[in-house]
Design a binder for this molecule. Structure first.
Ligand SMILES: [Zn+2]
Length: 349
C-alpha cells in the first residue's frame, strides 16, 4: 500500500456510496442450480488454498534475501524469479502475446511520473485461458515490490504486499487445479503481479496504458494489497475491508457478499468506501488504474496497523488462518465472475 500523499487540492469525486446491501443470495442459488461436478470442482480447488502453503511462500517472498523488494532492485528480481518458477512448476503459462512472464516497466516511464532514479523493473503475468469466453479477462492483482532497505535494515513487507503476492499465487494454483480436473474457468484469468506500487502505482499504470489484453474486455480487477494482519480497530476479528466494489458495477458487491456468505462469512467492512474518508484508500493501490479506465474493481485490505511501512512488517506476524480465509474469499469471487453466464456490467459512473 502506497503512503498517503496529501493532495494539494481536493478532487471532484464522482463516486457514489450507498449503504451496505445484504445479498439476496441469488448468486449462490444460481451456482447451486448447476450443482454436481462444478460444485465439486469448486470445492476441491477451494480447499487447495491453505495457510501452510501461503506461509511457505511468504517466508520466501518476505525473507531478508529479497532485501525489501524495492522496485528494480536485485532483491525484487530474485522474488520475481521465485514467482516465475512457481508458475512454471504448476504449468501455468504467461500470456502468449507477451512472450514471457515479464512485462518490462521502463525506467523512463517511471521517471516521467516522478519515480526518479528507479531502474527498469517488471510486472509479472501468469495466465489461464478461459474455456468459453477466452477474450473476457478477469484480473487478480497484487504488487510485489516494497520499500527496500534503509540504513542496512531490510523492510520485509510481509503484509505489504507479500500477503497479496502469495494470495494471488495460491488463487492461481486453485484455478489450475480446477482446470486439470476439467473445470477450467469460462473466462480467462490474468494473475498480475505489478511493480512500482510504493513509488506511485507505476506497474499498474504501465499495464493499464500498455494492456496485454484490451481493457474493454477486462471484466474486473480484484486487487489484494495487505490481507495478512489486523488493524487496531478490528483486533482479533475475522474481517476484511472491501473497497470500491460498488463504484462502477452494481453487481460486484452483491457477488462478493454472496461469495463471502457461501464460504467463511467474514465481516466485510466498507468504512473506506466513504469518499470523504481522509485515507483516500480507493486511490492508493493498483486497482485505481483499472477503475479510472472504467473496469470494475474490488480492493481487499486489512487496514493500517502498527507495522505498516516499518521494518517490523515480518512474516512471523502474519495471521495465516485469516490470510487463508481472505484468500479463499477472493478466489470464490473470482470463480463466480469468471464462470457466470453474463459478464458483470458497468452500470455506474
Ligand atoms: Zn506499502
Amino acid at each position: 500500500m502506497r503512503k498517503l500523499i496529501i493532495p494539494l487540492f481536493s478532487l471532484a469525486l464522482t463516486v457514489s456510496c450507498g449503504t451496505a446491501k445484504v445479498s439476496d443470495g441469488k448468486t449462490v442459488s444460481r451456482s447451486e442450480a448447476s450443482a454436481g461436478s462444478v460444485d465439486k470442482a469448486f470445492l476441491s480447488a477451494y480447499k487447495t488454498i491453505k495457510a501452510e502453503d501461503l506461509k511457505k511462500n511468504l517466508y520466501v517472498i518476505a525473507s531478508e534475501e529479497m532485501e525489501g523488494r524495492d522496485t528494480g532492485s536485485p532483491g525484487q528480481k530474485k522474488a520475481g524469479v521465485y514467482m516465475v518458477n512457481y508458475y512454471k512448476n504448476l504449468g501455468i503459462p504467461y500470456p502468449k502475446a507477451l512472450g514471457s512472464y515479464y512485462q518490462k516497466v521502463p525506467a523512463d516511464f517511471m521517471r516521467e511520473r516522478g519515480g526518479s532514479n528507479l531502474p527498469d523493473s517488471e510486472n509479472i503475468l501468469a495466465f489461464i485461458e478461459g474455456t468459453e469466453k477466452p477474450d473476457e479477462i478477469v484480473v487478480v492483482s497484487a504488487h510485489y515490490d516494497h520499500v527496500g532497505t534503509k540504513n542496512g535494515v531490510v523492510y520485509n513487507g510481509a503484509d505489504d504486499d507479500g500477503s497479496g503476492t502469495v494470495a494471488v499465487m495460491q488463487i492461481a494454483k486453485a484455478f489450475q487445479a480446477a482446470k486439470k480436473a476439467g473445470h477450467g474457468p469460462k473466462r480467462s484469468i490474468l494473475f498480475l503481479h505489478v511493480t512500482g506500487e510504493e513509488h506511485g502505482l507505476f506497474g499498474s499504470e504501465y499495464y493499464s496504458s500498455h494492456p496485454v489484453f484490451p481493457l474493454a474486455n477486462t471484466v474486473v480487477d480484484l486487487n489484494i494489497d495487505m490481507i495478512g494482519r489486523d488493524d487496531p480497530e478490528n483486533r482479533g476479528k475475522q474481517y476484511v475491508y472491501v473497497i470500491g466494489s460498488e463504484m462502477l458495477s452494481s453487481e460486484l458487491k452483491v457477488i462478493n457478499e454472496a461469495a463471502n456468505k457461501k464460504t467463511n462469512n467474514l465481516e466485510l467492512n466498507y468504512k473506506y468506501d466513504d469518499p470523504n474518508d481522509p485515507q483516500r484508500l480507493y486511490y492508493r493501490s493498483d486497482h485505481y488504474n483499472f477503475a479510472k479506465n472504467n473496469v470494475p474493481v474490488a480492493f481487499f485490505f486489512d487496514g493500517i496497523h502498527e507495522d505498516y511501512h516499518k521494518p517490523t512488517d515480518d512474516p512471523e506476524k502474519i495471521d495465516y488462518p485469516l490470510l487463508e480465509k481472505r484468500t479463499q474469499l477472493v478466489f470464490t469471487t473470482a470463480w463466480d465472475i469468471a464462470n457466470r453466464p453474463e459478464r458483470i456490467t458497468v452500470d455506474k459512473k
